[in-house]
Design a protein around this ligand. Structure first.
Ligand SMILES: [Mn+2]
Length: 385
C-alpha cells in the first residue's frame, strides 16, 4: 500500500472510531441495498427461470396430476419433467385415479408418457411434490396431508405451494404456462425431424413435449373454440416448430372402441325428450367414460338444450349432464336432484355436471326407482326442486 493510501485508511478508521453511529448507518444501508437488489432480482426473474432454479435445488421431485389426468395435465407434467431433467433433477410423474378415456390413453401411449398410479400419500415417490393443473392434492388416501412444494395451475382455488405458486386462471390451459416457462428459459423447440443433440441450445423443448403441450392447449380450449386467452395462442405459436403432426393426428383421432359407439347409440336411441331436455339411460355398461361422451353427443341434437345420460357399473349409477341453456345450471340441477339420496354426490359447472349414486344396500334401488330418478332430474332441469 502506498503511504497516501495507508494514511487514508488510518483516517477512515479514526473517523469510524469517533463516529460509531455513522459506521452503523453505513452498514445498515449496505445491507438494505444488497437485500433490496436481491429481492428485486428474485421478483424480476421470469417465472420459468425461478421455477427451473427451484427444480435444480432437488435431486428428485414428484410431479403430481389431478385424478384421472387429461391431456393438459399429462402434458404439463411432461413439460415439468423435461425442465427438471435439463436441470439434472430426476422427476417422477404420478397420478391418482385412472386413465380410461380413449383420448387420454392414446395421449399416454403415443407420446410414451411415463407416469405411475398412486392410491395413497405413502405411494408418492418423493416429499418434494409439484402439482400441475390443480392446486390442491386430491383423489388419494392422505391427500390432505400433502404439502406441495410448488403449484402450477390455471384453475381457481386457494391451493398454494410452499416455495412456488403460479396460478393463472385467465389461461385456457396449464400447458400454456409450462410452454412459457420453456420460453423464459430461452428453450428451442426441437423439430420432429431432428434429434435433440442436433440442436445447439442450452435448453430445448423435445418434440414429444412440444406436441403434448400443444395438444393440451387444444383439448382444454375445446380445439381453440372456447375459454382461450391470447397467451394460449402465443404458447401455441412458440411450440409449433416442435409439433409432430403424425403424433398429433394419432392422439387427436384415436380409435374408438365399439362399446363406446354402442353406448352413444343407445343414449341417442333411448333418449326421453320433453321440451328441450333429454334424459337417457344406457343401462349396465363396462366403460363409464362413455357416459360423458354420450352426453356430449346428445347435447348436439337439434332442439335439445340440456341432456343427462346415466348408466350403471359395479353397484354405482353414474350421471353426466350437459347444458347450453342459460336457464339450466347443470351442476346445481344434478346436485338438487340427488339431494337426500343416501351416499349420492353430484355437482359441477353451469354447462357440465355429473354425479354418482351407490345402488347396493342403499335405499336407492336401481332400476326399481329409476322412474323416480328420471322425474327428479326432469324437475331439477325445470328448476322445480
Ligand atoms: Mn387444464
Amino acid at each position: 500500500m502506498s503511504v497516501a493510501a495507508e494514511e487514508l485508511v488510518e483516517r477512515a478508521v479514526a473517523f469510524a472510531q469517533t463516529h460509531p453511529e455513522l459506521l452503523a448507518a453505513l452498514l445498515v444501508s449496505v445491507v438494505v441495498l444488497v437485500g433490496g437488489a436481491y429481492i428485486l432480482h428474485q421478483f424480476t426473474r421470469p417465472s420459468g427461470v425461478r421455477f427451473a432454479s427451484l427444480l435444480a435445488e432437488y435431486d428428485d421431485v414428484t410431479v403430481l396430476t389431478h385424478p384421472n389426468p387429461d391431456p393438459d395435465a399429462m402434458a404439463a407434467a411432461m413439460g415439468v419433467a423435461s425442465l427438471a431433467k435439463q436441470q439434472d433433477t430426476t422427476a417422477t410423474i404420478q397420478f391418482p385415479g385412472q386413465i380410461r378415456h380413449q383420448e387420454n390413453r392414446a395421449f399416454r401411449n403415443v407420446l410414451e408418457v411415463d407416469l405411475e398410479p398412486i392410491e395413497r400419500a405413502s405411494d408418492l415417490s418423493t416429499e418434494t411434490v409439484i402439482l400441475v393443473d390443480h392446486n390442491q392434492p386430491r383423489g388419494f388416501t392422505g391427500s390432505e396431508s400433502v404439502r406441495p412444494k410448488a403449484v402450477v395451475d390455471h384453475h381457481p382455488g386457494d391451493g398454494r405451494g410452499e416455495s412456488f405458486t403460479d396460478v393463472r386462471t385467465e389461461y385456457g390451459a396449464c400447458s400454456s404456462v409450462i410452454a412459457e416457462y420453456f420460453q423464459d428459459m430461452d428453450a428451442t423447440p426441437v423439430p420432429p425431424e431432428n434429434h435433440e443433440s442436433e440442436i445447439s441450445a442450452k435448453c430445448v423443448v423435445p418434440s414429444r413435449v412440444a406436441t403434448g403441450l400443444f395438444f393440451g392447449i387444444l383439448t382444454d380450449t375445446n380445439r381453440l373454440t372456447g375459454g382461450i386467452d391470447s397467451a394460449d395462442f402465443d404458447a401455441s405459436g412458440y411450440l409449433s416448430p416442435g409439433v409432430d403432426e403424425n403424433l398429433l393426428d394419432r392422439i387427436a383421432n384415436p380409435q374408438v372402441s365399439a362399446e363406446v359407439l354402442e353406448i352413444k347409440a343407445t343414449a341417442i336411441r333411448e333418449r326421453d325428450v320433453e321440451g328441450a331436455f333429454a334424459i337417457s339411460d344406457v343401462g349396465d355398461i363396462s366403460n363409464v367414460d362413455a357416459i360423458p361422451q354420450a352426453a356430449d353427443e346428445l347435447i348436439r341434437l337439434e332442439g335439445i338444450t340440456a341432456a343427462i345420460v346415466c348408466g350403471t357399473r359395479n353397484g354405482m349409477l353414474y350421471l353426466s349432464g350437459r347444458s347450453r341453456d342459460d336457464r339450466v345450471h347443470m351442476g346445481r340441477a344434478i346436485e338438487a336432484a340427488l339431494d337426500g339420496i343416501p351416499g349420492a354426490s353430484g355437482g359441477g359447472h353451469a354447462r357440465m355436471g355429473g354425479g354418482q349414486i351407490p345402488i347396493e344396500d342403499g335405499d336407492f334401488v336401481w332400476p326399481g326407482r329409476r322412474t323416480a330418478l328420471t322425474d327428479r332430474l326432469r324437475r331439477a332441469l325445470e328448476g322445480d326442486v
